[in-house]
Design a protein around this ligand. Sequence first.
Ligand code: ADP
Ligand code: MG
Length: 409
Amino acid sequence: MDNQKHEILERYFGYRSFRIGQEDVVDALLSGRDALAIMPTGAGKSLCYQIPALMMDGVTLVISPLISLMKDQVNALTTQGVKAAYLNRSLTDAQYDKALYNMAQGMYKIVYVAPERLTSRRFVRVCQALHISLIAVDEAHCVSQWGQDFRPSYLNILAFIEKLPKRPTIGAFTATATAEVKRDIISILRLNDPFKITTGFDRPNLFFSVIRPSSKSIELLRLVRERSGKSGIIYCSTRKRVEEVCQHLCSKGYLATRYHAGLEDEERRKNQEDFVYDRKRIMVATNAFGMGIDKSDVRFVIHYNMPKNLESYYQEAGRAGRDGEDADCILMFGQKDIETAQYFIDSIEPNPELTDEQNKAFKQKEQERLSHMIAYCKTRGCLRVYMLRYFGDTTPEHLLMCDKEVIEV
Ligand code: ADP
Ligand code: MG
């Protein structure tokens, strides 16, 4: 079996060796044990369930909330000769019917499915008649209301599993999980004595800094000038700011483009491609940009505004340096950012699917997360240590390469 695992890794994915943690998770799932894998973005969680999927009898369902990512992964698998499909609302009715029909015929080894599908009677009936050996719950933090993006539809997963004639092995995957979220994942999905693994969150090739410039726009020009010709992302907290910053950079002759939810699909797609294919070097965007973007040579990520919490910050900043080469993650911080972040929290609408109590607790949690974000901006200590401790990474300090301290400009 050991051989087969490595053979699949090389034949289907083109890699010679597993990365840290991957093989342990693969082994656990193959032995029929549930698993909870917490690995940072880019660590390679997908392989942890794709390899067992190819080695087990029957079908693997991958539950994921990220529609665009499903398509990419299925395309990549199909190219490698793996029979895979996805079921989500991006399909037309006819396409959906066809995929479901094929699935029922046992044509697919791996099926990606949006959590909303799990309550569809037709989908459930097809699944009941199939042998489902593994369910991979991607972005598993979505089951927890403590997580930063709670998805009520994730709460349907357990009921779905209980409708299956035989309980499959379950693997849960996420990049961010505090102790509470971990507990929630295990209890809400009823993982059975899961194999738990948290791999290092440290990204040694990323250099973190926080600056407090008196003029952000002047400072930004200085930062991009120092990095001209390199690819970078500039995150802003609002669409309006994205427009301003992008226009400002373009007027100074930089090849910049923009991305936010207010643009037409067509333009978003085009701008994203321009950036990925290096026709534009700088992407100015809101947090709507980045999920599922596989651009490995991003050399800097600048936050023009402070994000609402460290989970978001680390995820966005972590899009730099995926190729392992050095990259900079720079956060521009000002008093105004605190006010804006506070305003966002104050205007959170209660979620009608939660009780008053739960809504209150959620708001409190957001408040707490914001205070950590602010503390990160203000700390005089090592930023890397602050962040890793926040994520529960216990790597001893002397093994971590400290970042520059906070610079007042
Ligand atoms: P995650 O879901 O943890 O964010 P992905 O599964 O999307 O990460 O993988 C991130 C990148 O790492 C992908 O480009 C993937 O092909 C690559 N990758 C995964 N495993 C390995 C490996 N063992 N060796 C080399 N590259 C890998
Ligand atoms: Mg992933």
